[in-house]
Design a protein around this ligand. Structure first.
Ligand SMILES: Cc1ncc(COP(=O)(O)O)c(C=O)c1O
Length: 400
């Protein structure tokens, strides 16, 4: 049943009564007693530094969950993306294909390693890379593709892999947002040469800050183990060579490992990941039912054959009213936001593409609004969000 919306009610932005006096936030991490207990126990163990037993257990359990050979826990998805390129040592003038609608980190992986990026446009109705535009961006310098799963909705990763295999390209799937999502029944993490996840505070599984590099490739995994620990072989010293009494500097690298405390948090979060994703799914189903007949509002297109983890819930609204809708929702007590801005519109990436070439990204960005979705959103708050969106959208024609 739809929430009763008083279409004639005066909007809060015009001095009317807001839908709720208690602001509904856009993001909140889900934490419960099992998380508090796990971190408490880890602190008491006094093993607080990197790559501890809880980190290794988290890596093993996550590898089992995803169905992959290697999971390497890192201090962010950005670090995992950096490592994914550091490990390959591509020639300096190589090019990497990156979708234009993504977080800067997808491009930073190649850029931090001295490579160039080539921006490719995205679909105007879901923000994922437009597969039909990939081949025209490939040239004799192209070495890799970094497809991204926007909002947790997987890109067409099998199609991307087919193109990559045809041209001999390396694929790093930036799955920062899509842990637990599937494509054609198979978990994200099992398709690309390397997949990277984020466990940042806003993500479906969080360790506060954190990420993972996931691969079935033994050589990549072996070298990244050294590279994430300052180029040392400390991990093998900790795991299977305790009697040696020293470890060596075997490669270049950085300091990308995670504290054992965060390994413990990752483990307790992983245990409830499927429940947390399902809870997001229930909220999404509720919004889709409540907002299905709202004029001028469209949902993001879900990829055929994919199952999203509902990391974000986006709505597409008329571009000319988008910021007004955001302000009107805030006045009603519901926060929404706009994110990302197309890469080529950001200072650092200016000049790498034109609006003309990036029409899909410009249309998607222009119409996108994200509304609250997270497991701790109460039934009352879900109803407030739906009611606020209905109230504001019904007032739209008078808005300009
Ligand atoms: C697509 C994408 N890649 C990378 C990142 C960066 O993740 P982290 O903060 O773990 O480095 C984000 C963060 O939101 C993201 O959305």
């Amino acid at each position: 049943m739809k929430t009763a919306t008083l279409h004639s009610a005066e909007l809060a932005i015009s001095g009317g009564k807001p839908v709720t006096e208690d602001r509904v936030l856009i993001h909140l991490p889900y934490m419960d007693e099992s998380d508090f207990g796990a971190v408490n126990d880890a602190v008491r163990s006094t093993f607080v530094s990197g790559n501890g037993p809880k980190c290794m257990e988290f890596e093993e359990k996550l590898a089992e969950y995803l169905g992959v050979k290697h999971v390497l826990f890192t201090n962010s998805c950005t670090s995992a993306l950096d490592l994914a390129f550091k490990v390959k040592s591509f020639p300096a003038d190589s090019e990497v294909i990156v979708p234009n609608f993504t977080y800067t980190s997808s491009a930073l992986g190649p850029l931090l390693n001295g490579l160039r990026i080539k921006l490719v446009d995205v679909y105007p109705d879901n923000g994922n890379i437009n597969v039909s535009k990939i081949e025209e961006a490939i040239n004799d310098k192209t070495v890799a593709i970094v497809p991204v799963d926007y909002a947790g909705n997987p890109c067409e990763i099998e199609e991307v892999m087919d193109i990559a295999r045809k041209h001999g390209l390396y694929v790093v799937q930036d799955a920062a947002q899509s842990i637990g999502a599937t494509y054609r029944g198979q978990k994200i993490g099992t398709f690309a040469d390397v997949t990277t996840f984020s466990f940042h505070g806003t993500k479906n599984l969080t360790t506060g800050e954190g990420g993972a590099l996931v691969t079935n490739d033994d050589e990549i995994a072996e070298r990244v183990k050294y590279m994430r620990e300052k180029g040392t072989d400390k991990q093998s010293f900790l795991v299977d060579n305790r009697d040696r009494g020293f470890y060596e500097y075997v490669d270049i690298g950085g300091s990308y490992v995670q504290s054992n405390l965060l390994g413990a948090l990752g483990l307790s979060q992983l245990e409830k990941l499927d429940w947390m994703n399902a809870e997001r799914g229930r909220i999404a189903a509720y919004y889709r039912e409540q907002l299905s007949d709202v004029p001028n509002l469209q949902f993001l297109r879900l990829t055929d054959g994919a199952e999203t983890n509902w990391h974000l819930f986006g709505i597409l609204v008329p571009e000319e009213h988008r910021y007004w809708i955001m302000d009107a929702l805030r006045a009603e007590g519901v926060l929404s936001n706009v994110h990302y801005t197309p890469l080529h519109r950001n200072k650092f990436y200016l000049g790498m593409a034109t609006d003309e070439e990036m029409q899909g990204s410009m249309q998607f960005f222009g119409r996108l609004l994200r509304i609250p979705i997270y497991p701790s959103l109460t039934a009352g708050q879900r109803a407030h969000v739906a009611e606020a969106v209905r109230k504001v959208m019904h007032a739209l024609p008078k808005a300009k």
